[in-house]
Design a protein around this ligand. Structure first.
Ligand code: PLP
Length: 361
């Protein structure tokens, strides 16, 4: 018998969440973001779940190639663009659209396009509108645009930026409206579609005009913050489950797990779950992180170890070896587990380890 841990992917949930993303951004076209192996869900499953998206966007050139090999015909966008000249062969071979965010990429494009005349590469020119991660400053943006526009081999140029605080619009250091105003100032008078929206914009700021939206985490049934996935009508696409593989009856005052960090206040029944940090469950999840056993909500006790952690079964009637354990997914949101562990649902979804078997619902 295989170890009982399992990640179950619900393709119909991916489809459903894409419909919600579309409904919230009427008239906009959708890049379904599938970076990091579709936030841990698998590229082949993403292709099926997001068949109705206008394109797929990701970071990794080699995974972009895989999307073509798997049969995806519609546009593909590299969100960090290309990293060196060699990537441009992949860009043309796989017909990829590319983000351009620094001047060296323009120089590479000039050199590459001068050597051939067949391709038209669509560009997503990225502005740093205040997040200070990738992109041209508003002042440098116009010159970059002109330099690209002058190239024969450049097709459409989309005007792109990324927002630091769409889930926290009144952020004191960088309010959402300030970033939008900076972007508007930088693109004033330039022709081209706009691409500004991640999940947080799609879910919470439909008023911001974006010809292209780039939702990621919401498509998998989690949120960037600012409301539960359920409240937006999203359905979790990944359910991580396992089983109880051992039970201990302990007296008051006994310790559980490495470092003996948890001490029972009363006699307890403690179950051992076949799931640990080597499966992607966060090691920093403290005692009290929510877990569901046989449909009953309970919590972790003690430290998470590599292959196991413990749960309180004292109030889970009938729990035994073989009882079903829900780590996150349908019935317990990954955002809630992540919050208890001091992180975000994104990290947990992306971190499910290669040793966990995946099946489809
Ligand atoms: C990851 C990413 C997105 C999607 O972000 P979510 O918060 O997951 O919706 C959108 N745009 C860019 C440039 C990204 O890197």
């Amino acid at each position: 018998m295989p170890r009982p841990i399992l990640a179950t992917i619900d393709i119909s949930a991916l489809r459903h969440n894409l419909r919600i993303a579309k409904a919230r951004a009427p008239g906009a076209r959708i890049w379904a973001v599938v970076k990091s192996n579709a936030y841990g869900h698998g590229l082949a499953r993403a292709i099926r779940g997001f068949a109705d998206a206008d394109g797929l966007a990701l970071i990794e050139p080699d995974y972009a190639m895989q999307l073509r090999e798997l049969g995806w015909q519609k546009p593909i966008l590299l969100l960090e663009g290309f990293f060196d000249m060699a990537d441009l062969d992949i860009v043309t071979a796989a017909r990829l659209e590319v983000t351009v965010h620094r001047v060296e990429q323009i120089a590479m494009l000039e050199a590459f396009l001068a050597m051939q005349t067949v391709t038209k590469v669509n560009i997503h020119l990225k502005m740093n509108s205040g997040m200070n991660r990738l992109g041209f400053t508003p002042d440098a943006f116009r010159a970059a645009h002109a330099r690209l526009r002058a190239l024969q081999g450049v097709g459409d140029i989309t005007l792109m930026t990324h927002l630091a605080n769409a889930d926290d619009p009144l952020n004191a250091r960088l309010p959402l409206q300030q970033q939008i105003a900076t972007f508007e100032r930088g693109i004033a008078g330039l022709a081209g579609d706009r691409s500004v929206a991640n999940s947080a914009v799609d879910l919470m700021h439909p008023e911001l005009r974006s010809d292209w939206v780039r939702p990621g985490v919401m498509l998998y049934g989690a949120t960037p913050g600012g409301g539960s996935a359920k409240s937006f009508g999203l359905r979790p696409a990944m359910t991580l489950s396992s089983q109880i593989i051992g039970i201990q009856h302990i007296a008051a005052g006994e310790a559980v797990g490495y470092g003996s960090r948890f001490i029972s206040a009363t006699p307890m029944i403690v179950g051992v779950v076949a799931c640990g940090y080597a499966d992607g469950y966060p090691r920093h999840a403290p005692t009290g992180t929510p877990v569901i056993v046989d449909g009953v909500r309970t919590e972790t006790v003690g430290r998470v170890s590599m292959d196991m952690f413990s749960v309180d079964l004292t109030n889970v009637p009938g729990a035994q070896v073989g009882s079903q354990v829900l780590l996150w997914g349908d019935g317990l949101s990954v955002d809630e587990v992540a919050h208890a562990a001091g992180t975000i649902g994104y990290e947990l979804l992306c971190a499910v380890a290669a040793r966990v078997p995946f099946v489809e619902a």
